[in-house]
Design a protein around this ligand. Structure first.
Ligand code: DGY
Length: 325
């Protein structure tokens, strides 16, 4: 019997590649730049399965171009690039990679938080510039982190992992989520549930961990930024469109908040010019980018694909209705 044909829109890592080779005939996209849409549409046309990144839009057009396609495995936890209804309509099982990147992403939210609060990027530039004239009392003074209030919007696995790290800094931790966490979780992590506006008003550091949904698109806009303290910092490792970028730029210009540290952008990979300022730390969507975690994510997508073709429900299926059909 012919082995299923898979398109992987990335060369993945060695372990996941070896595993795939045991089961499938795989075509890889191996260039270092991402494939164009036309390229993806062309290559997926005769495939039974697709392993893709969040840069690929999985919509009706793509599904129509791939009549044999039965499964799409996203190498990401966020799946706002996938039209799940379209997949379900066409009986295509979609899956993602939850869980494996929580701690790494939380580490990076803290990396950003600390970098912006303590002006690390400006300090690094000065240290390299040859212009540093030595220690000075008021040089690049940032803001304390310890003892401050950390506000978290979105209290799922990643939000909680961020909260766990705050205890070493003796912080007060407040959060808001559409669903309040169980009391045991609140007491274990010493966090307080607050209304969203109260979190915005009281946080010295506001870290975003909501998925991108119609309800969270543009969640942080002019009104929300106006509620924040002028000394507060905004940290975003969730999805760019959760923050209205133009409103953020305006708030930074008016000094309505003290700064921002961003890993994601409204129109990736474009970064609005107004964000290029010293009190903004910018990263190119790196939060889960440790070699260990990215390898685990790729392996998980491979395992979801193998499960599907072995007749088992993919462990991280997003549209289980397809399976039950
Ligand atoms: C995801 O998985 O959704 C991230 O944005 C990339 O790790």
């Amino acid at each position: 019997m012919d082995r299923p044909k898979i398109l992987a829109t990335h060369r993945l890592f060695e372990g996941p590649r070896a595993k795939l080779a045991e089961h499938f005939d795989v075509e890889y996209w191996s260039d270092s730049h991402r494939p164009t849409r036309t390229e993806v549409l062309r290559r997926v046309a005769d495939k039974d399965g697709l392993i893709c990144l969040l840069t690929e839009k999985i919509d009706d057009e793509l599904l129509a171009a791939a009549p044999r396609l039965r499964t799409v495995a996203n190498v990401a936890v966020g799946f706002d690039n996938i039209d799940l209804d379209a997949c379900t309509r066409r009986n295509v099982a979609a899956s993602n990679t939850p869980g494996v990147l929580d701690e790494t992403t939380a580490d990076f939210a803290w990396t950003l938080l600390m970098a912006v609060a303590r002006r690390l990027i400006e300090g690094d530039a000065l240290a390299r510039s040859g212009e540093w004239k030595g220690w000075n009392l008021d040089q690049l003074c940032g803001a304390d982190i310890w003892g401050k209030t950390l506000g978290i919007l979105g209290f799922g696995r990643i939000g909680r992992a961020v909260a766990r790290r705050a205890s070493g800094f003796g912080m007060r931790i407040i959060y808001n989520d559409a669903i309040r966490a169980p009391v045991e979780v609140e007491s274990e992590l010493t966090v307080e549930y607050q209304e969203r506006d109260a979190v915005l008003r009281e946080a010295d550091f506001l870290s975003l961990h909501v998925p991108l949904l119609p309800a969270t698109r543009g969640l942080i806009g002019p009104r929300e930024l106006a509620l924040m303290k002028p000394t507060a910092f905004l940290i975003n490792t969730s999805r760019g469109p959760v923050v209205q970028e133009a409103a953020l730029v305006a708030a930074l210009e008016r000094r309505q908040i003290a700064g921002a540290a961003l890993d994601v952008y409204e129109r990736e990979p474009q970064i609005g010019h107004g964000l290029l300022r010293p009190n903004v730390v910018l990263a190119p969507h790196l939060a889960s980018a440790s070699l260990e975690t990215r390898t685990r994510m790729a392996m998980m997508a491979v395992e979801n694909t193998i499960a599907f073709f072995e007749g088992r429900q993919p462990p991280n299926i997003l549209n289980p209705n397809v399976w039950k059909k």
